[in-house]
Ligand binder design. Sequence first.
Ligand code: ATP
Length: 460
Amino acid sequence: MNQKNTQLEKIISFAKRRSFVFSSSEIYGGMESIYDYGHYGTLLKNNIRDAWWKEMVQKRDDVYALDSAIFMHPQTWVSSGHTEGFDDPQVDCTDCKKRMRADHILEDNGIEADKASIEFINKELQKLDIKCASCGSKNLTEARRFSLMIKSNLGSPTEDLSEEHVVYLRPETCGGIYLQYKNMLDSVHPKLPFGVAQVGKAFRNEIVARQFIFRTREFEQMEMQYFLRPEEMKEKYEMWKELRFNWYTQYGIPKEKLRWHEHEVLAHYASEAYDIEFYFDCLNGFKEVEGVHARGDWDLSEHSKHSGEDLTYFDEDKKEKMIPHIMETSAGLNRVFLMFLDNAYTEEDVEGEKRVVLKIDKRLSPIKVAVFPLMKNKTELVEKSKELYDKLKERWMCEFSTTGSIGKRYRKQDEIGTPYCVTVDFDSLSDESVTVRERDSMKQERVKISDLEKYLKERL
Ligand code: ATP
């Protein structure tokens, strides 16, 4: 097993063992590239999502919230070009039937192939000595386009399964923002420049779904579409690039593990496209976590043209109608989740014993405080600690535990990233104080019960 696999395998097994991430439908043999989130995983994912909302909506006066449906009118994806062109180039091994992404094969050989034509890809593939990644065979098909759109049917398609009933599971969340742009304009009355943000599920029939939750067929996106005048694009684009990069560092991601990747080949409507990439130890390289793209007025113009609706904005200053231009920030919640796990997962040697600790920003920790009685068979200690736990859980996500030795309870909380453990011991009964242990330093402090909430509030 190479180093890359070791780190990835560690994270996968840790995530399952500690109720972060499970394979979907495991009792039926599992489903490739679909995952479920357990107790701590759900809490962590929600905390990441909430941290994004806080930055993108709560702290801003110019961004509004939306939660649009997964299903949209099928014409949406014709207008946006997805039904025609949302696909990846695929190569198949004719011997073992393994599927591979042709653009990834080229990229592994140092050839930029994002959005490249199928002719270009096949020409470049011919120059290389390509073998099947699974069986080593050289019997590979030419590259061909494979649609990433997942189809479903709505209504009662008992007899007629014609195209009329076909709907798509949205491949990105921004479509809903474009379709509700007019309603948002008429109901919230924002002035340019303004943004609309949403977090929600997206679905892609990925050819090669791999690398745990990095690339899955069902995932969540955190997207914000910022509507502006074309002359504002440059300044606002730089502003959002900086804000988005800083969001990661504010939550503990080291600057050195982040970088910008500029798209060399742009979509025809885009003027600038950069991705934020993070160095994943478990994937042995820099990989995209978020895109920051300048999209021009293409999306609204196309939806206006195909729907017949007037999607212009009346610019009061200039006294003229115009179609706003758009810049977007689009991050994958599950990928960002993997990034935080990868960055925080730490193995340490403590007095000859291995300690696994999730050194994650406290604001993201699934459990903020764990409360224990020193011994589980001493009623006074259990009652006092339970009382404390009941009080603290009104404010924070807390956990109460009596199982195992104190050392074991600390270790379990370290693994799930709990910043503070509070222990009620025999002295607590007389001095009304408790021992508070901090996760990273493992330092312990005696704190008066009457000061405990204040103490924790200052640190969490
Ligand atoms: P990639 O090149 O990795 O396929 P993309 O450029 O197609 O990604 P976008 O369409 O820009 O991705 O989507 C925005 C974000 O959504 C990505 O930066 C990524 O974090 C997330 N994302 C996209 N596809 C997936 C997927 N299959 N699984 C998990 N997250 C995804």
